[in-house]
Design a protein around this ligand. Structure first.
Ligand code: BGC
Length: 675
C-alpha cells in the first residue's frame, strides 16, 4: 500500500469519508491524491461549474458539461445483445474520461425495468436480470481495462423515480434474489471499483444504511471489497451509513464531519468502523494511480464506435411486404427526429456532444448511391407538438414510401412517464398519412416501451431507433438502405397497453411501493398470465432468413451442460443473429416462470452458410432461490432447454432430467414456502 492509514489523524480519516464538493474526494490535508468522479452511462458528463445543481437544473442542462461522445444509452446497448458492443461502449467512454482527467465513471446502472413508466429506463439494460448482469459486467470490463473506475448502481430496488428518495421498496426475499439482486451479483464479477447505493429504503431501511444489503449481502455473500458510495444526497445518518459499511458519502455536506465526530464521541461508531471505510477509500485512490490510462480511439473513432454500436442496437420490429430495405423508388423523409434526433435522456445521464447531426435524407442518398431517392419534407412532426401536415400529404401521395421519424416526450431522472402512448395528435398523423400512402415506415426514438397498438396496423414498417446516441441516424440510414442487416433484439417487452403491465396494479404513490408481482416481471409476467403483447422480449427481425437445427446437449458434471446448435443463414445478406437459450422447470413444487433466459449468443453468419453455436449452462440455470434454505436450490426432474430467436419464437427444444442425490433434495413443505 502506498498510503498508510496509520499516518492519518482521526480527523483526516473522517474527512475522507465525505466528498470535497460535488465530484471530488478529499485529500486529507494533501496526504492523498485527489480523485474525480463523473457521470455517466451514456457518455461522459463532466460538469464545468462546480456547483451543486438542483434536479431541475440538471434536467434543463443549465450547468454546462464538457463536450463528449454521446454514446447509445444502456437501453440500446442491451438491445445489441452483444457483450463485445457493451465492452466497446465502456472502452470508448473511458477515453473521454482519460482525456478529461476523470478517475471514476458513475455507471453502469443495472436496475430492472419493472415498469415502462420509469423515467430512467433508458439508463438501464433490461427487464431480465441475466441479460442486465451480463451486459453490465461487459461494460465495466470495457471501462476498467482502461484504468478508469466504474460505479455499479443503484443498489438496490430503485425501479421508479417518483418519490425515489423516500418510497420504500417492499420486496420479498426470493424476488430480490432472483430479479433485483441478480444483475448486481453477475456484474460484480467484473470487480467495479465502486458500487453506488440507491436513494430508496428497502423494506423500510434506507439503502445507504441498510447493513443487511450492504454488509451481509454485498460484501459478505457477494464478496465485494471495493468502495460503496452513496447516491448523491442519499445519506441521512452518516454514522449509520458507515456502520452499514458505506464508505463514501457524496456529495460534500457541511453537516457530515460534525455529525461523525459527535457520533464518535458518543460511542456510536468506533475507530475500527471508520478505518474499514478509510482503507477502502485509500485502496480506491491507489487504483486511480495506474499506468493503464491510454487513449486508444481518436475523436472520430469514438464517433465511429457510437455508430457501430447503434447499428447493432437498432431493432426492426415490422417489415410487411419486405418494405425494408429501401433500394429503389422515391421516399419522403419527415419528422423532427430525422434532422434533430433525440440522442438520450436528461438528468445525470445527459451528454453534451459537439457532433453536428447530418440530416438523415443526405446520409440515405449518399449511401444508396442514386439507386433510391430520399426527399426531405418541410413539415415538422414532433411528438406532442401540433403542426399541420398539409405540406406533407401531397408529397406522401407522390412518393413510393414515407419514412416517419418520431420521438417521445423527454425521459429522465426524477420523474416517471404517465403514459406509454404517443401523443393523440401524433397517432392521428400516422393514421392520416397512411391513408394517403400505405407504405409508411415509422422509426421510433425512445428510451422505453411505447404502446404501438393504436396505429401499428396502418404502417408497413416499424424500426426501434431507441435512444442511440450521436450515431443514431447514421446507423439507422445504413439499416434503411440495407447496408447493414438489423440485428438488435428487444431487451424489454413492448406491451399492448399500460394496463397490461405487471406493475399496473402496484402503481401506488404511497410511502411504500409493494412489489406484489414478485418474480413475475416483464416476459415472466406476460407468459405466466398468458397476456398478449405487441412485441415480445428478445424479438427483432433481420433481412436474412435463419433456420435453427441440430440441438445437442452434452453433460459435463451434475449440473454443467454445453449446448450446441446450428444456425443457417439462407439469404444473400451477411447478418448477425441473436439466439437465446431459455430454461423451463417442467414440474416444480414452487411457482416458477414459464421459462427464463439463461444464455445467449450473437453471431455473424455469412450469407448461405451455417455456424455452430455453443452455450454453457450451470447450476444457476436450473435453480430458484429457496428462502427456507437461504440458498439456490435445484429440484430433481425434467427441465426443457429451449433455443429461440425470441422468447416467443422457440426453434429448438430438448428435455433433460436432473437427478441429484437424494441428500440434495428437500422436503416439499420447505419448498412450498417459496410461492
Ligand atoms: C443519480 C446518480 C448520479 C448522481 C451524480 C444522482 O442523482 O441518481 O445516478 O450518478 O446523481 O450525478
Amino acid at each position: 500500500m502506498k498510503y498508510d492509514i496509520s499516518k492519518l489523524t482521526l480527523e483526516e480519516k473522517i474527512s475522507l469519508l465525505c466528498g470535497k464538493d460535488n465530484w471530488r474526494l478529499q485529500t486529507a490535508n494533501g496526504k492523498v491524491k485527489e480523485v474525480f468522479l463523473s457521470d455517466g452511462p451514456s457518455g461522459l458528463r463532466k460538469m464545468i461549474a462546480d456547483v451543486i445543481p438542483t434536479l431541475a437544473d440538471v434536467n434543463s442542462n443549465k450547468f454546462k458539461t464538457v463536450p463528449a461522445t454521446a454514446m447509445p444509452t444502456l437501453s440500446t446497448i442491451a438491445n445489441t445483445w452483444s457483450e463485445e458492443m457493451a465492452k466497446l461502449d465502456g472502452s470508448t467512454i473511458a477515453d473521454d474520461c482519460i482525456e478529461n482527467d476523470v478517475d471514476v465513471l458513475l455507471a453502469p446502472g443495472v436496475n430492472i425495468k419493472r415498469t415502462p413508466l420509469n423515467g430512467r429506463n433508458f439508463e438501464y439494460f433490461s427487464e431480465d436480470p441475466y441479460l442486465s448482469g451480463v451486459m453490465g459486467k461487459a461494460f465495466i470490463e470495457g471501462v476498467q481495462e482502461k484504468g478508469i473506475g466504474t460505479s455499479l448502481k443503484h443498489f438496490i430496488a430503485n425501479n421508479r423515480e417518483i418519490d425515489r428518495c423516500f418510497q420504500s421498496s417492499e420486496v420479498a426475499e426470493r424476488t430480490l434474489r432472483e430479479i433485483y439482486l441478480l444483475p448486481f451479483e453477475i456484474a460484480l464479477k467484473a470487480k467495479p471499483w465502486t458500487v453506488m447505493c440507491s436513494y430508496n429504503p428497502i423494506n423500510g431501511i434506507y439503502a445507504s444504511e441498510n447493513k443487511y444489503f450492504l454488509h451481509d449481502v454485498l460484501r459478505n455473500e457477494f464478496g465485494y471489497d471495493g468502495v460503496i458510495v452513496s447516491d448523491w444526497g442519499a445519506v441521512h445518518s452518516p454514522y449509520k451509513a458507515v456502520k452499514a459499511t458505506l464508505d463514501l458519502t457524496m456529495p460534500y455536506s457541511d453537516k457530515f464531519y460534525d455529525q461523525m465526530i459527535l457520533a464518535y464521541n458518543e460511542g456510536l461508531i468506533t475507530e475500527e468502523e471508520i478505518d474499514f471505510a478509510v482503507q477502502n477509500i485509500l485502496t480506491l485512490i491507489e487504483k486511480t494511480e495506474n499506468d493503464k490510462k491510454k487513449i486508444s480511439f481518436t475523436k472520430e473513432e469514438r464517433h465511429e464506435n457510437a455508430v457501430k454500436i447503434a447499428k447493432e442496437g437498432i431493432v426492426l420490429l415490422k417489415n410487411q411486404d419486405n418494405i425494408l430495405p429501401i433500394t429503389s423508388g422515391k421516399t419522403v423523409v419527415c419528422g423532427e427526429e430525422a434532422y434533430n434526433p433525440t440522442l438520450g435522456g436528461t438528468g445525470s445521464a445527459f451528454v453534451t456532444t459537439e457532433y453536428e447531426q447530418i440530416s438523415i435524407d443526405k446520409t440515405l442518398n449518399d449511401l444508396s448511391k442514386g439507386k433510391a431517392e430520399f426527399v426531405k419534407s418541410k413539415c415538422i412532426i414532433r411528438n406532442g407538438f401540433y403542426m399541420e401536415i398539409t405540406d406533407l400529404l401531397p408529397l406522401a401521395y407522390d412518393c413510393d414510401n414515407v419514412l416517419l421519424c418520431i420521438g417521445v416526450e423527454k425521459m429522465g431522472e426524477g420523474y416517471d412517464r404517465t403514459s406509454i402512448r404517443l401523443s393523440p395528435r401524433t397517432e392521428e398523423y400516422i393514421r392520416e398519412i397512411s391513408k394517403i400512402n400505405p407504405n409508411v415506415i415509422v422509426c421510433l426514438y425512445s428510451g422505453s416501451a411505447i404502446d404501438v397498438s393504436p396505429w401499428i396496423d396502418c404502417v408497413k414498417g416499424l424500426v426501434w431507433a431507441g435512444f442511440s446516441g450521436q450515431g443514431v441516424n447514421e446507423a439507422l440510414a445504413n439499416i434503411i438502405v440495407g447496408e447493414t442487416s438489423p440485428s438488435g433484439k428487444l431487451a424489454e417487452t413492448l406491451p399492448i397497453n399500460l394496463e397490461d403491465t405487471p406493475f399496473y396494479l402496484n402503481n401506488g404513490n404511497a410511502s411504500v411501493s409493494w412489489y406484489n408481482e414478485g418474480i413475475f416481471v416483464g416476459y415472466r409476467y406476460y407468459e405466466k398470465y398468458d397476456k398478449p403483447v405487441a412485441y415480445p422480449f428478445g424479438f427483432g427481425l433481420s433481412y436474412a432468413n435463419f433456420t435453427y437445427s441440430n440441438l445437442k446437449i452434452e453433460k459435463h458434471g451434475e449440473l454443467d451442460y454445453t449446448l450446441c446448435y446450428d444456425i443457417t443463414n439462407n439469404s444473400n445478406f451477411d447478418a448477425k443473429e441473436v439466439s437465446q437459450v431459455y430454461v423451463k422447470d417442467v414440474f416444480s413444487m414452487v411457482l416458477r416462470p414459464e421459462k427464463e433466459l439463461k444464455g445467449f449468443s450473437k453471431d455473424l453468419i455469412k450469407a448461405r452458410s451455417t455456424k455452430t453455436i455453443s452455450v454453457k449452462l450451470d447450476k444457476r440455470a436450473f435453480a430458484y432461490y429457496n428462502t427456507c434454505l437461504k440458498d439456490w436450490h435445484v429440484e430433481n426432474g425434467a427441465f426443457e432447454i429451449l433455443v429461440g430467436s425470441s422468447s416467443k419464437d422457440i426453434k429448438l427444444k430438448k428435455k433433460i432430467d436432473i437427478k441429484l442425490p437424494n441428500s440434495e433434495q428437500y422436503s416439499s413443505s420447505c419448498m412450498r414456502y417459496d410461492k
